[in-house]
Design a protein around this ligand. Structure first.
Ligand SMILES: NC(=O)c1ccc[n+]([C@@H]2O[C@H](COP(=O)([O-])OP(=O)(O)OC[C@H]3O[C@@H](n4cnc5c(N)ncnc54)[C@H](OP(=O)(O)O)[C@@H]3O)[C@@H](O)[C@H]2O)c1
Length: 342
């Protein structure tokens, strides 16, 4: 086989504030690969099918000396994220051509990988689109499923508030809260997102850009669970309107990822209201919930019981813009790059 193009997305510059498409990350087509002869060194070569675009990628676009829970990207190298690839050729007996593998892989059409990079070999008994395995059936769905189970202590009749509720994680949490019999208040950043959160089951769905979050919570609360995706003034409003003993699931604080941090001014209420604040990183809950998740959730998605919305970008060429879209709210559903169908 002749060498073929091997498109990839490179980390080009540490951003100040919001990343800039074509500047922070760039699409590069200068490399080629010959699948038949590329040295595998005991590993395998795989073709990228779908790769996730997530808010936390912003945190990896940093100088290496800055410490965080996730690894920083290396300037001049492909960025990486949760992905599904199909194995084309292998020198590892436990990894077969045709296997669909999930793991943290480079934003690159073809990569030589090792067994250690595989987090799971997917069976896909329900024959679902592979893109779902980086979304509702990947890290995103796991985030919602694991932390809701671990921390929500949901009680029917109580009220939950979910921010970024039309997003990948948020829209899933809305459904779990509803299924547990809670009244669900959902905030999001556009009218079409407000409708989406409603269609996922939210009882009160509002646009935080045109309505005052604190006023909505005062009217519809108090809240017993807050699923925080955004931090900032929204977190302040949630604390203000929390009931005694409320559970706060601190999933993310995207309002501060691209600019100055906002200092929440009413933290002392955590003491008086005896709030339970649970920060978490999904990977650490994996050993407890992975098997339960993969053995039950794909069937629930296939049956339509768990709903999802994807925002599909075709090809790595659009990846840099997709990254910016997720940081700025221009995505409408789980952002995923579909590089190839099969
Ligand atoms: N702890 C973990 O292990 C873990 C794992 C996965 C994700 N997360 C976190 O979960 C959150 C949601 O992630 P996701 O993958 O579901 O992304 P997403 O909601 O699909 O996309 C991000 C959304 O955040 C909202 N947003 C952006 N800037 C904002 C701002 N300044 N203020 C308020 N909202 C803003 C936008 O929605 P609007 O248009 O509605 O503003 C945007 O669409 C993020 O904070 C992420 O870091 C955490």
């Amino acid at each position: 086989m002749a060498p073929i193009k091997n498109g990839r997305v490179l980390f080009n510059e540490v951003p100040e504030g919001l990343p800039v498409a074509g500047k922070t990350t760039i699409y590069d087509e200068s490399h080629t690969i010959d699948i038949d002869i590329i040295p595998l060194n005991g590993g395998f070569v795989a073709k990228l099918l779908s790769i996730s675009v997530d808010p936390y990628l912003r945190g990896r676009m940093r100088k290496p000396e800055k410490k965080s829970y996730s690894n920083p990207f290396t300037l001049g190298e492909p960025i990486s994220n949760y992905a599904v690839s199909v194995v084309l050729r292998s020198e590892d007996d436990s990894v077969k051509p045709g296997d669909h593998v999930y793991g943290l892989f480079p934003y690159q059409e073809y990569s030589v990988l090792t067994k250690a990079q595989i987090m799971r070999t997917l069976d896909n008994k329900e024959n679902l689109p592979w893109s779902l395995f980086v979304g509702i059936l990947g890290m995103t769905g796991q985030t919602a499923y694991y932390a809701w189970k671990e921390y929500a202590q949901a009680k029917a009749g109580e009220t939950a508030f979910i921010s970024a509720a039309a997003g990948a994680v948020g829209a899933t949490v809305v459904q779990f809260a509803k299924a547990d019999g809670m009244k669900v208040i959902a905030s999001s950043g556009s009218e079409e997102k407000v409708e989406l959160a409603k269609s996922m089951g939210a009882d009160v769905s509002f646009n935080y850009k045109t309505s005052e979050t604190a006023e909505v919570l005062q009217k519809e609360g108090p809240i017993s669970v807050y699923w925080d995706n955004v931090g900032g003034p929204t977190l302040e409003a949630a604390i203000e309107n929390a009931s005694t003993g409320a559970r706060f699931i601190e999933c993310g604080m995207i309002s501060g990822y691209n600019g100055e941090s906002y200092f929440v001014k009413n933290l002392m209420q955590i003491v008086g209201k005896q709030l339970h604040i649970h920060g978490f990183i999904v990977g650490y809950l994996g050993p407890k919930y992975d098997e339960e998740f993969y053995s039950t959730v794909p069937a629930r998605v296939a049956s339509g019981e768990i709903k999802y919305k994807e925002h599909v970008y075709k090809g790595l060429e659009g990846a840099s813009q997709a990254i910016v879209d997720v940081q700025s709210g221009a995505n409408f559903g789980k952002a995923v790059i579909v590089v190839a169908e099969q």
